[in-house]
Design a binder for this molecule. Structure first.
Ligand code: BES
Ligand code: MN
Ligand code: ZN
Length: 500
C-alpha cells in the first residue's frame, strides 16, 4: 500500500497517534499530549469503542498558515488491557497504516503509544516494536506489476513517514525488514504461472542468493536422474517447464555451531491435478501451489539479511509443474525412490508428497540434519479441518514441536497439532508397491499426506510437516493483509531460527 516506509526519530509530525484501552480514559502521558482537549472529547464519541485496531480522530484547532503543527490526532484502540501483548502491535500498526492511506497522508506521523503501553504488565517492548514494524511492512506490500494500460488511473502510492522514540527505531526497522522477506515470498506467490515457471523460480532463487550471500545449486536435467529424484522426474514429466531441485545454503560467519536446520518447500508452479485432473473451480488459484517453497525462500532471505543465526541452514525446494500430456505420469505407475521405498500412484493430484519425498530422502542421507521442517500446500482437507486460522502441524518430536510453538507465538503464525499414529501409516500400504500416494477411501487426507511423507524421513531425525493449504492466502482485505498471499511461514521460520 505504500511507496516506501521510513522510520525516523526527529522531525515535525502533522499527525500524532495516541493509544487507549477499552473502557479506559487517556492515560496521563497521552493526556499531556492532547491539544485543547480534542482527543479526550473524541473518546466520548460512540465510535471510540477502544476495540483493538479501531481508529478515532480529533482535530486540534490550528491557526491558518501555521507551519509545523499537528493537525490531526489519531486515537487507536488497543482492546482490553489484560489481553494486550507484543503481537497485538501488528494489528495496531495495520490500523494506523490503513487510516494513513485513507487520509492520503503525506506528512510525518508520530506514534506515541508509550503512555498506554506503560500500563501493560510484563509488556515486551522490544518484541512489540518489532511486531509494529512487521505490521507496517506487511500492510505496505505492493504487487502491481501485472496492472497494464487498461486502468483508467494508475494506482497512486504515497510514502509513509513514521516518527517514533529513538530507542524503538532499530527494532521497528528490524520488523519492517522481516516483513520485506515475507513480501518477497508474497510477490513470488502472486506471480502467475505463465511467468513463474519452474525455470523462473530457479532464477529468482539464484538472484536472491547472489544478493544475500547464500550458496545456491540447481539440480536439473541429468542431475535429477543421477540423484534419483524420482518424484520430480515423474510429476514434472508432462510440462515443457522442466522440474528442478533448488538447494540454498546459509553458512554463518566462522562456520557456525551445530548441525544444519533443513527447510523443505513444495514448489508446484502449477497444479492441474495431472491426469487425475482437477474439476470445475478446483484449479483456479493453483499458481499458489508453490507457496511452501516461496515461504522457504522468504525465510532464507530473512535468515541471510536479518536473523543471521549461529546454526547453518539449508533450503531444498522441490520445483515442478503438474501438467497433462501424452508424457504425463499416470495412476497405476510405480515409482522407486532413492531410499528404496516404492510408491504406487493412485492419484496424480496427490503430487506434492511425491516431490517432497525426494527432498526428504536427500536431506536425511546427505545433509546431516539437526532437524527438518517442510512446508507444503498439501491438502484441501486441512482447509476443511482448520480453515485459514491455523496451519496443520505434524511433529512427533517434543523438542522441535516446542520450538515451533514458541516461534508460532512470537510470529503470530498459528499452528495446530494433528495426530500421527501407526494406523494412518498402514492406510498408505499398497498391494503392489510399498505404499500408495493416496488411499482412495478419502479418510483423513491431511494425515495421509503426513503419513506418506514419514516413509521418507529417517526415524531418529526430528521432523515437522506443516500443511499450509489453508493459511498461505486470504480472501479478506483486513488487518495487515489484502486479498492474496500472506507469506505464511517466512516469519515463523525466521522466529524459530532467531530463538535458537
Ligand atoms: N495442491 C493441492 C492441495 C490444495 C488444495 C492446496 C486447495 C490449496 C488449496 C494438492 O496437490 C492436492 O491436490 N491435494 C489433494 C489430495 C488428494 C488427491 C489426496 C486434495 O487435497 O484434494
Ligand atoms: Mn494436487
Ligand atoms: Zn498440489
Amino acid at each position: 500500500m505504500f511507496k516506501s516506509i521510513s522510520i525516523v526519530s526527529t522531525g515535525s509530525p502533522s499527525t500524532l497517534v495516541l493509544g487507549y484501552f477499552k473502557d479506559a480514559k487517556l492515560d496521563k502521558a497521552s493526556a499531556s499530549r492532547d491539544i485543547g482537549g480534542v482527543a479526550a472529547a473524541a473518546l466520548t464519541r460512540t465510535e471510540s469503542t477502544g476495540d483493538l485496531g479501531t481508529v478515532s480522530e480529533a482535530y486540534p484547532a490550528t491557526k491558518a498558515g501555521s507551519k509545523n503543527a499537528i493537525t490531526r490526532i489519531m486515537l487507536v484502540g488497543l482492546g482490553a488491557k489484560d489481553k494486550f501483548e507484543s503481537g497485538s502491535m501488528r494489528a495496531v500498526a495495520a490500523a494506523i497504516g490503513r487510516r494513513c492511506v485513507a487520509n492520503k497522508e503525506t506528512g510525518m506521523v508520530e506514534i506515541d503509544l508509550s503512555g498506554a503501553l506503560g500500563e501493560v504488565k510484563k509488556f515486551d517492548a522490544e518484541a512489540g516494536a518489532q511486531s509494529f514494524g512487521e505490521g507496517l511492512g506487511l500492510l505496505g506490500w505492493v504487487c502491481d506489476h501485472f496492472k497494464g494500460t487498461g486502468q483508467k488511473e494508475p494506482i497512486k502510492r504515497l510514502p509513509l513517514k513514521v516518527k517514533v522514540a529513538a530507542g524503538d527505531v532499530a527494532q521497528i526497522k528490524r520488523g519492517v525488514a522481516i516483513a520485506e522477506s515475507a513480501n518477497f515470498c508474497r510477490t513470488l506467490s502472486q506471480t502467475p504461472p505463465n511467468v513463474a515457471t519452474t525455470g523462473w523460480m530457479a532464477q529468482q532463487a539464484v538472484k536472491m542468493a547472489r544478493q544475500t550471500g547464500l550458496k545456491v545449486k540447481i539440480f536439473e536435467g541429468a542431475d535429477l536422474e543421477r540423484e534419483k529424484f524420482e518424484g520430480l522426474i515423474n510429476v514434472g514429466k508432462a510440462s515443457e517447464n522442466k522440474p528442478c531441485m533448488i538447494r540454498l545454503e546459509y553458512r554463518p560467519a566462522g562456520g557456525g555451531r551445530g548441525k544444519p536446520a533443513i527447510l523443505v518447500g513444495k514448489t508446484m508452479t502449477y497444479d492441474t491435478g495431472g491426469l487425475s485432473l482437477k474439476i470445475n473451480n478446483g484449479m483456479v488459484g493453483m499458481k499458489r501451489d508453490k507457496d511452501g517453497g516461496c515461504a522457504v525462500l522468504g525465510a532464507m532471505h530473512a535468515i541471510a539479511t536479518v536473523i543471521k543465526p549461529k546454526r547453518p541452514v539449508i533450503a531444498l525446494l522441490a520445483v515442478a509443474e503438474n501438467s497433462i500430456s501424452d508424457e504425463a505420469y499416470r495412476p497405476d505407475d510405480v515409482l522407486t525412490y532413492r531410499n528404496g521405498v516404492t510408491v504406487e500412484v493412485t492419484n496424480t493430484d496427490a503430487e506434492g508428497r511425491l516431490v517432497l519425498a525426494d527432498a526428504l530422502c536427500w536431506a536425511c542421507e546427505k545433509e546431516n540434519p539437526a532437524y527438518i521442517i517442510d512446508l507444503a500446500t498439501l491438502t484441501g482437507g486441512v482447509v476443511v479441518a482448520l480453515g485459514s486460522t491455523y496451519a496443520g502441524m505434524f511433529c512427533e518430536d517434543d523438542n522441535l514441536r516446542a520450538k515451533l510453538e514458541q516461534a508460532s507465538k512470537a510470529s503470530g503464525e498459528r499452528v495446530w497439532r494433528l495426530p500421527m499414529h501407526e494406523e494412518y501409516r498402514e492406510l498408505m500400504k499398497s498391494p503392489i508397491a510399498d505404499i500408495l500416494n493416496s488411499n482412495p477411501n478419502r479418510k483423513a487426507h491431511p494425515i495421509q499426506g503426513a503419513a506418506f511423507l514419514s516413509y521418507f524421513v529417517k526415524e531418529n531425525i526430528p521432523w515437522c510437516h506443516l500443511d499450509i493449504a489453508g493459511v498461505h492466502a486470504t480472501e479478506s482485505n483486513k488487518g495487515m493483509f489484502v486479498d492474496g498471499p500472506t507469506g505464511w511461514g517466512t516469519r515463523l521460520l525466521a522466529a524459530m531460527l532467531d530463538a535458537e
